[in-house]
Design a protein around this ligand. Structure first.
Ligand SMILES: *[C@@H]1O[C@H](CO)[C@@H](O)[C@H](O)[C@H]1NC(C)=O
Length: 306
C-alpha cells in the first residue's frame, strides 16, 4: 500500500540539477508570461472580442494550467532536494494533466469549426457563431475533458499494489504509474486505447481535418490571389498550432523515447509537454496582426514604448 510517491524528476545527476532547473524555469516563465499576455489582451481589448480570440483565451488558460501541473515538480525538486507527493495529489496530477490535454484538443477543434464557418459561410458567421453557441461549445469542451478521464483515473486510483513508490518521471502521469503497479492493468490499457486514443485524440483530429478540407477547397475557389491569401491568413496561426500539436502527439506515440523506454530521454518528454504552451502565444503574436496591434495599443496606454 502506497501513501505517497517520490517523483524522481528529469535527471538524477547532481551536475545536471542546476542547468535543468534553469531550463525548466525559463520554459515555465516564458509559457506563463506569453499566455497571460494573450489572456489579458483577449479580455481587455474590444477588437479581440470575437469567437476565435475567446477560444484562444481558453487555450492560453489551459496552457498555463498544464505547465503549472507538470513543471512544478522539477522546480520544487531543485529547491527542496526531493519531491514527495501524496497518493491523492499524484492522482490529481494524472487527472488534471489528462483532462487539460483533451480540453486543448477539443478547443482547437472548436477553433477549426469557427474558421470553417468564417471562411465557408461568411454571411451567416455572426448568426452561427453567436455568443451562446460559443459559450456552449466552450462549456462542452471543458466538461467533456473533465468527464472522459474519470473512469481511467478511477481504475488507476483503485490499484493498491505497487512495486515501488518511485515514479520515474517528472510528474505523475498515467503511463509511469501503470509501470509501477503490480495490479492487473489490462482493463485500464483497453480504456486508454479506446477512450484516450480513439475518442479524445483521433476524433478531434478527424473533425479538425474535415474542417480544413472544407476550408482549403473553399479557399481554392476564390478567384483572386489576394483574396485567397487573405482568407488563408485568417486561419494560418490556428493551422500552425494544430499541425504542431498533432505532430508532437504522433511523436509521443511512435517514438520509443517517451513510451516504452521512459528513462532514456525525459528531456524529450519535457520538450513535448512544454513546447506547445510555450509556442502558442509566440505563434499567435508573431503571425497575427490583430494580436500584435492589440498589444501595441495596450503598451501605448501603459506608456511603454514599443
Ligand atoms: C472561454 O470561451 C468562452 C466562450 O467563447 C468565453 O465566454 C470565456 O470567457 C473563455 N474563458 C477564458 C478563460 O478565456
Amino acid at each position: 500500500m502506497v501513501t505517497h510517491f517520490i517523483i524522481k524528476g528529469i535527471s538524477e545527476f547532481p551536475e545536471l540539477q542546476l542547468p535543468i532547473f534553469l531550463l525548466v524555469l525559463l520554459i515555465y516563465l516564458t509559457a506563463l508570461g506569453g499566455n497571460l499576455t494573450i489572456l489579458l489582451l483577449v479580455c481587455l481589448d474590444r477588437h479581440l472580442h470575437t469567437p476565435m480570440y475567446f477560444f484562444l483565451g481558453n487555450l492560453s488558460f489551459l496552457d498555463m494550467s498544464s505547465t503549472t501541473v507538470t513543471l512544478q515538480n522539477p522546480l520544487v525538486k531543485f529547491i527542496a532536494g526531493h519531491v514527495g507527493v501524496s497518493f491523492h495529489a499524484c492522482m490529481a496530477q494524472v487527472y488534471l494533466f489528462a483532462s487539460i490535454t483533451t480540453q486543448e484538443l477539443l478547443i482547437l477543434t472548436a477553433m477549426g469549426y469557427d474558421r470553417y464557418v468564417a471562411i465557408c459561410n461568411p454571411l451567416r458567421y455572426h448568426m452561427v457563431m453567436s455568443r451562446n453557441t460559443c459559450a456552449l461549445l466552450a462549456i462542452a469542451c471543458w466538461t467533456l475533458g473533465f468527464l472522459q478521464i474519470i473512469p481511467p483515473v478511477f481504475i488507476l486510483s483503485s490499484f493498491s499494489c505497487y512495486r515501488s513508490n518511485e515514479v520515474n518521471h517528472f510528474f505523475c502521469d498515467m503511463v509511469p504509474l501503470m509501470r509501477l503497479t503490480c495490479s492487473d492493468t489490462s482493463l485500464l490499457e483497453i480504456l486508454n486505447l479506446t477512450e484516450g486514443l480513439i475518442l479524445s485524440t483521433l476524433t478531434p483530429f478527424l473533425l479538425t481535418f474535415v474542417s480544413y478540407v472544407f476550408i482549403i477547397s473553399s479557399i481554392a475557389k476564390i478567384p483572386s490571389g489576394v483574396g485567397r491569401r487573405k482568407a488563408f491568413y485568417t486561419c494560418s496561426s490556428h493551422l500552425t498550432v494544430v499541425i504542431l500539436l498533432y505532430l508532437i502527439l504522433v511523436c509521443q506515440y511512435i517514438t520509443p523515447l517517451s513510451g516504452r523506454f521512459l528513462d532514456t530521454n525525459k528531456l524529450f518528454s519535457l520538450f513535448n509537454t512544454a513546447a506547445i504552451p510555450m509556442l502558442n502565444p509566440i505563434i499567435y503574436s508573431l503571425k497575427n496582426k490583430d494580436v500584435k496591434s492589440a498589444l501595441r495599443r495596450r503598451m501605448k496606454k501603459l506608456r511603454i514604448p514599443s
